[in-house]
Design a protein around this ligand. Sequence first.
Ligand code: COA
Length: 180
Amino acid sequence: MYTGEKVRLRAYKREDITLAQQYLNDAETKKFLMPGIPYLITLEEENKWFESISSFKDTYNFAVETLEESKYIGGCGVNNLDWKNSVATVGIFIGDKEYWGKGYGTDAMNILVKFIFEQMNINKIKLFVYSFNERAVKSYEKCGFKREGVLRQEIFRDGKYNDEYVMGILKDEYFQQNCK
Ligand SMILES: CC(C)(COP(=O)(O)OP(=O)(O)OC[C@H]1O[C@@H](n2cnc3c(N)ncnc32)[C@H](O)[C@@H]1OP(=O)(O)O)[C@@H](O)C(=O)NCCC(=O)NCCS
C-alpha cells in the first residue's frame, strides 16, 4: 500500500469490480480513455480483467482509495514496461466524478511516479493524453511530466479528429525535483 496526501494506492479487490464497471461506462469518463469505440463494458469483462491482473507479468494495477473514507474512486498503474530501454507507460482514471478537479488524481499519479522511480528503477515514464483533456494535461504537468510530442489527428471522438499528446518524465528530473 502506498500513501499520499489524499489517496492511497492498494491492490484491487473483487468488490471493486462492480463500481469499476460503472465508472468505466460513464460517457464523460469514457471520452478521456481508450482510443476505440466507446462501447459499454460488461461486468463479465470487468471480472475477466480482474482475474487476469494478478497473473499478468509486468503490469502493475492499483486501485485508488481516499484516505478519509477508504472509498474506491478509480485506478492507475503501469500498462506497459520496456525493460530494455527502461520505459514504463502509465495510465490513470478517477471514476467518481465528485473527486475530479480536487487533486485526488494528481496525488495518485505522484504516488505512482514515486513507486516507479524509487521501487522499480525505471529511467523514464511516459503516457498518452488526448489534447482536449485539459485537466489531465495540467495534472500531469503538476507531477513533472513534459509534453514530448503530438500525434496529429490520432483520435476520432465526438465527430472529429483530435490530437493526442505524448508526455514523459525522466528519472533525473524526478530526483532533481526534490525526491517527492
Ligand atoms: C485526469 C485526472 C487524473 C486529473 O486528476 P485531478 O485530481 O482531477 O486533477 P487536479 O484536481 O489536480 O486538476 C489538475 C488541474 O486541472 C485544472 N482543472 C480542473 N478541472 C478542469 C477542467 N474542467 N478544465 C481544465 N482544467 C481543469 C485544475 O484547476 C488543476 O490545476 P491547478 O491545480 O493549477 O488549479 C482525473 O481528473 C481523471 O481521472 N479524470 C477522468 C479520466 C481521465 O481523464 N483520465 C486520464 C486519461 S489520459
